[in-house]
Design a protein around this ligand. Sequence first.
Ligand code: DAH
Length: 343
Amino acid sequence: MGFSDKIESLVDAIERASAKNLEEAEQFRIKYLGSKGVFKDLFNEFKEVSSEEKRQFGQKLNQLKSRAEGRLTEWKSSLGEAEISGPQLDLTRPGMTVEPGAKHPISLIRDEIIEIFHAIGFSVAEGPEIEDDWHNFSALNFPPEHPARDMQDTFFIKDPNGGDDHVLRTHTSSVQVRTMENNEPPIRIIAPGRVFRNEAVSARSHCIFHQIEGLYIDEGVTFADMKQTLEYFAIAFFGKSKIRLRPSYFPFTEPSAEMDVYWGLENELDYRITKGTGWLEVMGCGMVDPAVLTSCGIDPEKYSGFAFGMGLERSAMQRFQIPDIRMIFENDVRFLKQFQSAL
Ligand code: DAH
């Protein structure tokens, strides 16, 4: 076959060619435009032909190659789109569901308590979980070597550079100190947060838990103000209006008390929750010790105030009937998603 015939039959072949899918388009590319394809051969042959034929066929050959490339590009774009929107779009498949997240039970309790105190003018304060001795103990009237430090088994953090050691805060009372150091009264804050104690983990207690601290400092704040605030809280949070304050001891308050709520003893669950007494222990509280005010730069002659601190786990366990405190920290989604309805 002469060169001119080859070109003529190639014109036909390229016009007749078709591709039903990307694979066939690729076969076309290999056959005609590949490194061992028809055009490669023809261009090699073209080098050998007479200058007369070169003049005659040069342009035609180039146009034909462009035409082949053009067809290939067309197929690729139309078939490519079809393959993406075609076979992958199956309208008979069930839809993809997006599962809504759920708040953690501790967050639910925390947010509810924040809301209750927010309504009477308390705002949220925060502090670090890794604390120094001053904020966790000394400023709160736990002098070094004082036996009251043993009330809270502490995780100590050694400073590898020989600086002062730190602790994982054992209570959120450390935030009281930071707030008083940095603010002038009147102060009305609550401080929710995670705390740590070096205690054996069991179904009832954990080495990590959550507390909310409260602090109110102003001129002329009395024990009666504290009692009324706590009563308000008991009604808002537990729906119970009867509380009692039992004498207690904390180094940072004087006098100190434990607040109990009268829960009732109507059924077996009440018995279990209140250990048969009808009373639920809710929090520690008291009037801020003047020594603590002085440590934090507040004049105890001018100002007074009260503080309180409560754990969140017990309330969450009781509210949501969680039988084992460890579930709160395991983050098993089968557990966590049960609280969706409580949102
Ligand atoms: N920090 C105490 C604890 O962890 C709880 C507490 C008791 C906080 C009395 C207070 C308070 O602010 O006045 O056991």
